[in-house]
Design a protein around this ligand. Structure first.
Ligand SMILES: Cc1cc2nc3c(=O)[nH]c(=O)nc-3n(C[C@H](O)[C@H](O)[C@H](O)COP(=O)(O)OP(=O)(O)OC[C@H]3O[C@@H](n4cnc5c(N)ncnc54)[C@H](O)[C@@H]3O)c2cc1C
Length: 390
């Protein structure tokens, strides 16, 4: 899809047309000089527009604008019968528009998204690191931040384990994002984090500077892993997630315990890194969301606790995949036990483990998606691709 690379901003409507063959960094490079933005991917430079927009899209501005799919206004798609359709909220193909917002690659090949933009001013973003001896304080700071419920902010908090050849190294890091140039207000909001002994990895004050300061692909801000993509040894890896409406101390501690438990195998099974990413969203995160294939609605916050394992040797795939699944199940069960998820909480498509049934992702929307699939793809052509099939 690399030939589909246009990003076109329409000043009158405030809409931007984005193409599927590019990374989000390209979209930001076009919009930033115009002081506009979209709620795209914000965690590393090379997350693609296509998969992100097909599956949902959580980013640093989700608390304010919802998911990427909430900003989509129309979609150009080639359906398996060969027709090229432009679909939106109204009109005869509004069912397909709904289905493509989170429905993955079940319905055709998308060639363009038209998305609403918003004004983007100055920001404050800090990346801080903490030694393992401060993990308890770090957990308290995460919970303190969650209570404050400031919509124009975002926190991602990582507990990370690696092996440096002789010992397991544990470290925590966080990105504290405040969508305003008011540095004093930001420092006030994040004061519990700053009160812990820490190292400042960076502080950026424009959207593009923040983006340029991101760690390279598949890396975190942790000191020790090389920052340059070329330096990273080839590795295997898998993302997964457990969904939660909010964080309890017990859920965070369970995540830390799981990661710590398997960190012991980093040395014996050629492991590279294990981290969990605590991502406390605001209860208002879906207040402006529209009905979509991936179930999310106002008053029902639900976001991923992200799990990431990396290892080196394909011979260890089965071993490590077993640990990823065990961690995922343990955290899902803990979230249910804590009352911050139920067995029917929709799993996030873009961080779901392979083998996750489509019904666990789409829940009450599954049957409607199947009938839309039958209408636009009667011969099930898209079933020949990878992904979660309805
Ligand atoms: C390092 C990293 C960080 C991440 N951070 C986040 C995050 O912060 N928030 C978040 O929500 N997710 C995050 N993710 C998950 C991410 O959303 C998914 O991996 C997503 O699929 C990436 O999109 P892509 O276009 O790069 O992927 P691809 O692998 O290129 O595509 C994903 C799927 O979509 C299909 N597809 C691609 N193009 C089209 C098209 N034009 N029409 C129809 N189907 C198509 C592909 O066949 C494939 O099945 C992250 C992933 C990584 C690897």
């Amino acid at each position: 899809m690399v030939l589909f690379a246009d990003v076109v901003y329409h000043g009158k409507s405030g809409l931007v047309d984005v193409s599927p063959g590019i990374y989000w960094e390209r979209v930001y490079a076009v919009l930033s000089p115009l002081h506009r933005n979209v709620p795209g991917a914000t965690s590393c430079p090379k997350v693609g527009v296509a998969g992100f927009n097909l599956g949902g899209g959580f980013g640093a501005q989700t608390n304010q604008y919802g998911l990427a799919i909430d900003a989509i206004r129309s979609i150009e798609v080639v359906v398996p019968t060969g027709q090229i359709l432009t679909v939106c909220e109204s009109g005869e193909n509004s069912d397909l528009f709904w289905a493509l917002k989170g429905g993955g690659n079940n319905f055709g090949i998308v060639t363009k998204w038209s998305m609403a933009t918003h004004e983007q001013g100055g920001i404050n973003s800090w990346v801080l690191q903490f030694k393992a001896e401060y993990f308890n304080d770090f957990i308290k700071a995460i919970l303190d931040y969650q209570e404050k419920q400031v919509v124009i902010s975002n926190v991602e908090a990582f507990f990370e384990f690696t092996h440096d050849g002789s010992a397991t190294v544990a470290i925590a890091s966080t990105e504290l994002f405040y969508d305003s140039p008011n540095e004093q207000a930001a420092l006030q909001l994040f004061n519990a984090f700053f009160a812990i002994p820490h190292t400042v990895v960076n502080h950026t004050q424009t959207w593009m500077d923040r983006h340029r300061a991101l760690p390279r692909d598949h890396q975190t801000f942790r000191v020790g892993l090389p920052r340059k993509q070329d330096d990273l040894p080839p590795f295997r890896g898998r993302f997964s997630c457990a969904m939660t409406s909010r964080y309890t101390e017990a859920l965070i501690r369970k995540g830390l315990k799981e990661a710590e438990k398997y960190a012991h195998f980093l040395r014996t099974h050629d492991g590279l890194q294990i981290y969990i990413d605590i991502w406390p969203f605001n209860p208002k995160m879906y207040d402006h969301s529209k009905d979509a294939a991936w179930p999310h609605r106002a008053g029902a916050p639900n976001g991923p606790l992200v799990i990431n394992f990396k290892w080196r040797n394909p011979a260890d795939d089965d071993f490590w995949m077993g640990k990823v699944r065990a961690t995922t199940n343990a955290l899902r069960d803990e979230a249910i036990k804590q009352g911050v998820a139920t067995p029917k909480t929709p799993v996030y498509y873009n961080l779901a483990l392979d083998g996750t049934p489509a019904r666990s992702i789409y829940q009450e929307n599954t049957d409607r998606l199947i009938s839309i699939r039958d209408k636009y793809d009667p011969r099930k052509t898209m079933n020949r691709t990878g992904g979660f099939r309805v």
